[in-house]
Structure formats: C-alpha cells, structure tokens
Design a binder for this molecule. Structure first.
Ligand code: FAD
Length: 339
C-alpha cells in the first residue's frame, strides 16, 4: 500500500483522497485551516464534475439542480441569451461550498485529515517525499500531492511561476431567496453582462441564493435597478482580487505532483476551476505515474483556461460594435430562437 500525503483539504485535495483510497492508497490530508465546512458562499458544479463525484459515492442530495442559465444586459435587464443546462444525464448542480466540503469530507472517511497544520517545505530525497510543517514536525511519504490552491507552497518544488492579478476582484454574498426574488428569477443561473464587469446569481438551497460581482471596483452606477437592488441587499461585500496563471508546463517533480488551482488557477468566468480540480483528482487516482497524469490532463486544462480568458473578454465588452455582434450571436443561440 502506498502512503500518500495530500496538502490541502479543498475540493481537489478531498476528491483525490476519496479516489485514491478506493485504489487502496493510505492518504493523509494536511490542511492549514483549523476547521472545514465554514466556506460561506456558493459554487456551481457542472455535469462533467458532478458525474465524477456521484461515481465516487459523494452524497449531493442537498444540491439544487438548475435547468437554465440566462444572460442579461447590464443597463436594461434585457435577456440576451439562454442556455439549457438540463440536457445532460447528470444535472447541473449549485450548492453551498461548505456543504460540498462537508460531503467530500464524509466520503473521505477512510483518510486521516489533519487540521490546523500548515505545510512550509517540501523536498524529494529520491527514496521518499518529505514535508515540513509550521509546528516544526516533518513527515515522510511515498508520494505528495500538492492540492494547496492558488498560493501553493508545494508548487515551489516544480517551478518559480506565480499567479498574475487580473485587475478584477470578486465580491460574494449569500442572500435570502425570498428577498432576492424581488429582483431576479431565483431558479436559474442569471448573469448580467456589462462593460468591464459582470454580476451572477444562482440558487444554492431552498432558502438562499448566491451573488457574485466581478469588477475592478464595487461600483455599479447606471446598472439596472435589479442588479443594484441585489448588491444593496448584500450590504458590505469584501471583494477579493482574482488571479490566474497559464497551466504549468510541468506539474510534477519526482514523488511530488500538483493538481487543481496549485497547477492551474483559472478565472471564474465559466465556473470550471473546481470542476477541473475534481477531474484532475479522479485522473490522478487512475494514473499514479505522474508524467502520464500530466499528459492526460494538460490539453484539457489548457482549453478550459483559454475559454475562461476568452470569457473575461466577452463578458466584459464595452458597449459598441463587438458587443452588438456578441449580443446578436447570443440571441441566435437561444433554445427558443427558432420557435
Ligand atoms: P482550494 O480550493 O484553494 O483549496 C486549497 C486548500 O489548501 C485550502 O483549504 C487551503 O487552506 C489549503 N492550503 C493552502 N496552503 C496550504 C499549506 N501550505 N498547508 C496546508 N494547507 C494549505 N469553480 C467551479 O468549478 N465552479 C464555480 O462556481 C466557481 N466559482 C468561483 C467563484 C469565485 C469568485 C472564485 C474566486 C473561484 C470560483 N471557482 C469556481 C474556482 C474554484 O473555487 C477553485 O478552482 C477551486 O476551489 C480549486 O480547488 P483546489 O482544491 O485546487 O484549491
């Protein structure tokens, strides 16, 4: 049996623990935070990732199946486009992040999860991978998986690249569904597109919706009263800067490998960062030769990264000829366009 340390009990790290334990590996997950499951906001899990989680036996019965995504114009709330999300075998799910982490933790019951311990050093001495922790202790493992996110410490072993600030920040809030329903259809994913910024809402439970605003600053002057109403409902949000980084050319070094945001932080324009971390984790458990894992994931992740960067441009077009072409294309692609 292989003894594997996973640094980070986020979505990627916990999924890796579940998938590897099924392959008879003995996993220890080391997490710097003192507690799990208190992540307050929501997350969208698209069918490609939901299918993997359900296959692993992760309980997702608390999640909300969403049938449609609607794109609206910033100024007048006009519907620009609609996409059917309910056309796959597995539903498009939205949920509280904390509940997802809780479900992953429950399914990872076969792994030891050590909380409140920060990894500060990693090395490969050819016979084992060695982790150093902030409490002065160290551990030796057959392999180490760096699932430690955007600010990965483990990444330092493979390269010196660092994520770049996009110039944008994301503010997030959870709103009571009844109050939000005065401004938006709370059964859908709704995205308002505008010059240099956008705003998203989606349900995460029977009683709550998630609000995300992505912008260089928190000002939405001139936007439709529905958007401003939702932002007012949220009260003071603490926007956090958004970073991304082109997928690394090399994701592994000796007995150490990276997955998820540690290897490829992606801007949240197509809601695929966590989904890609889940796909990574499942593929890694299938292929514990790290070069093979990287080879089977790299092109897919490059494409998703490129789509997300393109999403940034297309979502945030200033009003003008390009925006009008985009809006015409969205209207033509509506499922009801030819009714
Ligand atoms: P993380 O979630 O960052 O987890 C890393 C874990 O490692 C953390 O728990 C951290 O505390 C721990 N850690 C870090 N360093 C150390 C250390 N040195 N020692 C021990 N522990 C450590 N993706 C989607 O698929 N759908 C969405 O709807 C979506 N919405 C998003 C909205 C916003 C505003 C943002 C910013 C991102 C969104 N994403 C979404 C992207 C998604 O959140 C990330 O891609 C995903 O969380 C990455 O998972 P991960 O496990 O790789 O890293």
């Amino acid at each position: 049996m292989r003894r594997i340390a996973i640094v980070g009990a986020g979505i990627g790290g916990l999924t890796a623990a579940i998938a590897l334990t099924r392959r008879d590996a003995e996993c220890v997950v080391v997490e710097q935070r003192p507690a799990l499951g208190d992540e307050g906001t929501g997350i969208q899990i698209s069918p490609n990732a939901a299918a993997e989680l359900l296959d692993l036996g992760v309980r997702l019965d608390f999640a909300v199946p969403v049938a449609q995504r609607e794109l609206r114009r910033w100024q007048d709330d006009r519907v620009l486009g609609r996409t059917d999300l309910g056309r796959y075998d597995v539903p498009y799910l939205t949920m509280p992040r904390g509940a997802l982490i809780g479900a992953l933790r429950e399914a990872a019951g076969g792994s030891r999860i050590v909380l409140g311990r920060r990894c500060v050093a990693v090395r490969d001495d050819r016979t084992s991978a060695v982790l150093g922790f902030d409490d002065g202790t160290a551990g030796r493992f057959d392999a180490v998986i760096g699932a430690d996110g955007l600010r990965s410490v483990v990444r330092g072993l493979t390269c010196s690249a660092t994520p770049a600030h996009s110039g944008l920040a994301a503010g997030r809030a959870v709103l009571p569904r009844a109050a939000a329903g005065r401004f938006v259809d709370t059964d859908r994913v709704v995205v308002w597109l505008g010059p240099g910024r956008h705003c998203v809402t989606y349900p995460i439970s029977h009683d709550h919706v998630n609000l995300v605003v992505v912008a260089p600053s928190a000002r939405f002057d001139g936007w439709h009263p529905s958007v401003r109403g939702l932002i007012a409902l949220a009260g003071r949000m603490r926007p956090r800067p958004l970073y991304d980084m082109p997928p690394l050319p090399v994701w592994h070094h000796g007995r150490v490998v990276l997955l998820g945001d540690a290897a490829h932080p992606i801007l949240p324009f197509i809601a695929q960062g966590a989904a890609q971390a889940i796909e990574d984790a499942v593929t890694l458990a299938d292929r514990l030769d790290f070069a093979g894992f990287q080879a089977s994931r790299q092109e897919r992740v490059r494409q998703v990264f490129a789509m997300s960067r393109a999403g940034l441009r297309v979502h945030h077009l200033p009003d003008g000829p390009e925006q009008r072409i985009r809006d015409r294309a969205l209207a033509a692609a509506r499922p009801d366009a030819h009714d």
